[in-house]
Ligand binder design. Structure first.
Ligand SMILES: NC(=O)C1=CN([C@@H]2O[C@H](COP(=O)(O)OP(=O)(O)OC[C@H]3O[C@@H](n4cnc5c(N)ncnc54)[C@H](OP(=O)(O)O)[C@@H]3O)[C@@H](O)[C@H]2O)C=CC1
Ligand SMILES: O=C(O)C1=N[C@H](C(=O)O)C[C@H](O)C1
Length: 258
């Protein structure tokens, strides 16, 4: 039995993660932490306001769904206490990732940073990477619920990074835009100038189109998470396998072998 804690336990993802862990036969939810509403209960566990609850409960692994500012403090703390970290929090900078690599190093605690735990999203990113060398135009449109605080999404930034890396030095079709009537109309320019557009819409959960173009043709890869349950199999798999993956791993792909 892995002893699991959840950080951000009162949030949308944290609540779903507590229930998923509590419902798994081979995992035990032993601690729930959130700065919001200590005194609440999730998955049968009283929510604490302090990271110390993870050490007191002798967690093997902590699942983190908070915000980058909180995770920047929590993850090195987990590394220092020899507790594995599985984080789905988004909004990391390259400098943050370097800090995490040095915090976890080759120590006993391992870290997984997964921008998206849905298998459909993991495959969407992989398919985009495969398509990238064959087209000279690529744009990403991500669609999320109206409570999301970071933009573009972590999934979109990782997708753009992977498309740019897969395309290497091959030139992109030039963008002819000289003037935007509404600033930002062409979206944000990501790596290699790949345009990323963010939609925030009441009623949505998490969705993405990756659109590729070449002379006379286009390819759209579409991924939809209609419900937060889409992320839970990936979260549970990460808890079960993290002990086999030392250091800091980015993306669930490695764990899934895709
Ligand atoms: N990788 C994946 O598959 C997915 C990743 N995400 C990411 O997960 C993160 C959380 O998303 P979501 O659940 O929708 O967000 P929520 O705002 O619903 O939940 C975040 C929770 O973390 C709490 N929190 C914030 N700061 C701290 C802190 N310093 N210490 C302890 N708790 C804190 C918040 O409290 P308060 O309300 O007081 O701020 C809140 O309860 C986001 O970064 C999102 O992008 C989301 C879905 C899937
Ligand atoms: O905030 C969300 O909801 C989501 N965040 C992640 C991201 O930024 O990519 C994953 C998923 O898109 C849902």
């Amino acid at each position: 039995m892995m002893r699991v804690g959840v950080h951000g336990a009162v949030g949308r993802m944290g609540t779903a993660a507590c229930e998923a862990v509590a419902g798994a036969d081979d995992l035990e939810l032993v601690a729930a932490v959130d700065r919001a509403a200590p005194g609440e209960e999730r998955g049968g566990i009283a929510v604490s306001g302090e990271l110390k609850a993870f050490a007191d409960a002798e967690c093997d692994v902590v699942v983190d769904f908070t915000v980058a500012d909180a995770a920047r403090v929590a993850l090195p703390w987990l590394a220092m206490h020899g507790i594995h970290a599985v984080t789905g929090t988004t909004g990391w900078s390259d400098a943050d990732l370097d800090e995490l690599r040095s915090a976890f190093g080759d120590g006993p605690a391992h870290c997984l940073i997964a921008p998206n735990f849905a298998i459909s999203a993991v495959l969407m990113m992989r398919f985009a990477e495969l398509a990238a060398p064959h087209f000279d135009t690529a744009e990403i449109i991500e669609y999320h619920h109206d409570r999301k605080v970071d933009a573009p999404s972590g999934t979109a930034t990782v997708t753009a990074d992977r498309i740019a890396a897969a395309r290497g030095d091959a030139p992109w079709n030039p963008d002819p835009t000289e003037h935007e009537v509404y600033p930002g109309a062409r979206g944000g320019a990501g790596p290699g100038g790949i345009r990323v557009h963010g939609v925030r819409m009441h009623g949505m959960v998490a969705h993405q189109d990756v659109i590729f173009g070449a002379e006379g043709q286009s390819l759209t890869i579409r991924q939809d998470s209609y419900d937060r349950s889409s992320f839970m199999p990936g979260v549970l798999l990460a808890c079960r396998r993290i002990a086999d993956h030392p250091g800091v791993v980015i993306g669930l792909d490695t764990y899934l072998g895709v």
